[in-house]
Ligand binder design. Structure first.
Ligand SMILES: NC(=O)c1ccc[n+]([C@@H]2O[C@H](COP(=O)([O-])OP(=O)(O)OC[C@H]3O[C@@H](n4cnc5c(N)ncnc54)[C@H](O)[C@@H]3O)[C@@H](O)[C@H]2O)c1
Length: 351
């Protein structure tokens, strides 16, 4: 059950963006992080802060059971999933297989091995386009794409496993990195706003920008929304604040807390224009003017979390603002590790 005196925690998808930052936070908090990841999207280097890494698929019950036998984890954190909304619309079966069906196998397998505390990475996408903002956990479930539906189905599958207590964390927009620890996001395709904003401004080689679809720079989609500055508002949370929330959620379960659901966001949100203004300051580019484009279909004016429950029950509050997110993302995306990883993922790219 323990490695030395430290409780062992199994982390599926811990070679990915968020899981790698959570593994770091768990190790710093005195836990022993064991990462299980197929590397279908993740990176071996992203597991370097963990106590151990085993490569395999969450849907491979024999493999998952063997990892549980080897390490005897007291809890699991489940991150492994596909995360691209657009891809989920093109290929829903791929998302339901990985995010719902394989997740269900994983939950059943670890429960049979005595792992009865599970923290699950869910998403604001389960709410779709809600009528009430800020969005409480009690808002209706109405996902508008297969990604959101597959994550909701996995939530429901987890809560149905007998004998398991779980915390579902519904993240809003995750951003930032821990460049000082050598980890950050390295996604292909890159659909997240901060990397898309920052990468064209920091001397990223043109050949890479081309392949990431960023050759014409970052664009503000829609400046005629009913918001104070006309641009859409989203709720951004620093990945290290998110990691802290996982440590708190884990302790809550290990202390006997009941099955629960928490939104994780800042509770206020930033407009795209506010993010551009912050980027001008952090990157010392007061002259920077992004391009504009029409609103995208299905993009609501504002998506903001009501995170008051996470504060009252878990004692969690985000501490890092948008400038820290931009500064850490910038340092990470400038680094050799990011560039080499993206080049490798894109194949034979000349830079
Ligand atoms: N990034 C965000 O802004 C965001 C927002 C809301 C929710 N989430 C959720 O957070 C979780 C992690 O997201 P991320 O941004 O770190 O994604 P990521 O792609 O960086 O990491 C996912 C990891 O899971 C692994 N994986 C995928 N399928 C697997 C399988 N079948 N078996 C074993 N490993 C597998 C991948 O190799 C990868 O390392 C996901 O569950 C996602 O739904 C992310």
């Amino acid at each position: 059950m323990t490695t030395g005196e430290r409780s062992t925690i199994l982390i599926s998808g811990g070679a990915g963006y968020i899981g790698s930052h959570v593994a770091l936070a768990l190790e710093q908090a005195g836990f022993s992080a064991v990462v299980l990841d197929s590397l279908v999207k993740g990176n071996r280097w992203a597991t370097e802060h963990a106590t151990a890494f085993r490569q395999g698929d969450i849907g491979d019950a024999a493999f998952v059971a063997a990892v549980c036998d080897e390490f005897q984890p007291v809890a699991a954190l489940h991150f492994a999933a596909f995360i691209e909304v657009g891809e989920s619309v093109q290929n829903p079966a791929m998302y339901f297989e990985n995010n719902r069906d394989k997740a269900a196998v994983f939950f059943q397998t670890i429960a049979a091995k005595g792992v009865h505390n599970v923290v699950f990475s869910s998403t604001a996408a389960v709410y779709g386009e809600p009528d009430v903002v800020p969005i409480p956990e009690t808002a209706p479930w109405q996902p508008i794409n297969p990604y959101g539906q597959s994550k909701l189905d996995a939530e429901i599958a987890l809560r149905a496993v007998a004998g398991v207590r779980s915390v579902t964390l519904r993240y809003f927009n995750v951003a930032g990195a821990a460049p000082e620890a050598g980890i950050g996001e390295a996604h292909v395709p890159e659909s997240h706003l901060l990397p898309r904003l920052v990468l064209p401004l920091i001397g990223t080689p043109e050949s890479l920008l081309d392949r990431l679809g960023l050759n014409s720079g970052f664009k503000v989609y829609g400046n005629d929304y009913p918001t104070p500055d006309g641009t859409a508002i989203r709720d951004y949370i620093h990945v290290l604040d998110l990691a802290d929330a996982h440590v708190l959620a884990l302790r809550y379960l290990l202390d006997g807390g009941e099955t629960n659901i928490f939104n994780l966001g800042s509770g206020s949100g930033y407009s795209v224009q506010e993010i551009v203004t912050a980027a001008r300051k952090v990157l010392e580019r007061p002259d920077y003017e992004p391009g504009t484009a029409p609103r995208r279909a299905g993009d609501p004016a504002a998506l903001i979390a009501d995170s008051s429950k996470a504060l009252s029950v878990l004692g969690w509050k985000p501490r890092r603002g948008i400038e820290a997110m931009i500064a850490s993302a910038t340092a990470w995306h400038r680094g050799e590790r990011y560039l080499e990883t993206i080049k490798a993922k894109l194949g034979d790219v000349k830079v």
